[in-house]
Write a protein that binds this ligand. Structure first.
Ligand code: ADP
Ligand code: MG
Length: 374
């Protein structure tokens, strides 16, 4: 076990890295963040910030030398970067686990190989692949760039075949996946921790609402999704085992109108839909990440209160600060801001968690407060 006093490394300086840093520092660890941005949310609160590219081998060697163990908050860290670090120190998750989740085609094939359903999809590498689609996909469909997409970016809805050619051109003819667009009943996710001994500790299943492809709210417990919880946790666990995953990870699921559970994507890191755990569970997803990295047993993941999490995007700022007084005067609302200097539309600036005796009360107070602060 790696014990307090030791130094942990974090690849990536975004809000997920920041909340890991806070959790680790609370427990008495030191944290070094490596991120190329000198104002990164995690870098500015870490014990040390190595401001360098993820491919800078001398910076990586320095990080490995200073850290007892290294983890990441960002799935697009090159797998070769993790492989380089694995030669030098403890790294979780592994470069191979990360490599299985970085490309949407590879990821979907991996999920299917575990016997878990995905939406119908076809890899699109060149226009011949579109010529040969036949009836594999029916419309509407969504063309998604295979790598580096997030928060709904790099996705184009296609109503017919000709739109797919246009969308592929608009993507610069980079590798894509063409997915069937599903009529969604709802979206859910499972965040879990998996230890070096293979022990899995899932958090309660979250029900998520996305707006324009970006997470807007998470509700737990999800009464509607109650009957699906066990199946979703089993599927996510199977994926974690298939990846030999160590750390905190998440699987996003679609629930179709027919009630089928379909895996959407894997996050090899803590997940936005797990931010409710910061205030509503005995252990947060970030403390769990610290614990898994350090070889400690998982903390208790039990829910202590119904909760609704609302994301705060830069849109809420407009030309001025949100009306924080409307939020901070509520005794059961917890505000988390990420320390980002510039509020841009669609940029995740923070979130708040609303706790209440009943889910329905939390939902009501969450939407009232969200309207009031705008
Ligand atoms: P990202 O990596 O940007 O989160 P996702 O593939 O998770 O990309 O897509 C973002 C959101 O867009 C999903 O949570 C869902 O609301 C919607 N979406 C994406 N793919 C589909 C699909 N095949 N059918 C229906 N909705 C989809
Ligand atoms: Mg997603």
């Amino acid at each position: 076990m790696i014990l307090p006093g030791a130094t942990l490394g974090m690849l990536g300086g975004g809000q997920l890295g920041r909340m890991f840093t806070t959790a680790a520092q609370t427990m008495g660890y030191k944290v070094i963040v490596l991120d190329p941005d000198k104002n990164s949310p995690a870098g500015i609160i870490a014990d040390q910030h190595i401001c360098a590219a993820y491919t800078d081998e001398s910076a990586l060697a320095e990080l490995a030398q200073l850290c007892s163990a290294i983890t990441t908050e960002f799935e697009n860290i090159p797998a070769s970067t993790l492989a380089f670090l694995e030669q030098r120190t403890v790294v979780h998750p592994s470069s191979t686990a990360l490599a299985s989740t970085q490309n949407r085609n590879v990821e979907k094939n991996f999920i299917r190989a575990q016997g878990i359903a995905t939406v119908p999809f076809v890899k699109i590498n060149c226009s011949d692949d579109i010529d040969n689609l036949g009836s594999q996909i029916s419309f509407p469909a969504i063309l998604k760039v295979a790598t580096f997409g997030y928060d709904g970016k790099g996705q184009i809805v296609c109503e017919d075949l000709s739109a797919v050619y246009a969308a592929f051109d608009a993507m610069g003819q980079k590798e894509c996946v063409l997915e069937q667009r599903i009529d969604l009943e709802r979206e859910i996710s499972v965040v879990l921790a998996r230890g070096q001994d293979g022990q899995i500790t899932p958090f309660p299943v979250a029900e998520n609402v996305h707006i324009n492809g970006i997470l807007h709210s998470t509700t737990v417990p999800s009464i509607a999704a109650e009957s699906l919880q066990q199946t979703a946790i089993e599927m996510a666990s199977k994926i974690a085992e298939g990846l030999a995953y160590v750390g905190t990870m998440a699987v996003e699921f679609f629930v179709s109108k027919q009630g089928d559970i379909i895996a959407n994507e894997i996050a090899p890191r803590p997940h936005n839909s797990g931010h409710y755990t910061l205030d509503a569970c005995r252990t947060s997803q970030f403390e769990q990440q610290v614990r898994m990295l350090c070889g400690l047993p998982a903390g208790n993941a039990e829910l202590i209160s119904p909760v609704v999490m609302i994301n705060l995007l830069g849109d809420v700022w407009g030309n001025s600060q949100p009306h924080w007084n409307k939020l901070l005067t509520q005794p059961d609302i917890k505000l988390h801001l990420y320390g980002k200097k510039e509020a841009r539309a669609g940029r995740k600036m923070g979130h708040f968690n609303v706790l209440a005796a009943e889910t329905s009360q939390a939902m009501e107070l969450a939407s009232q407060t969200f309207e009031a602060i705008k």
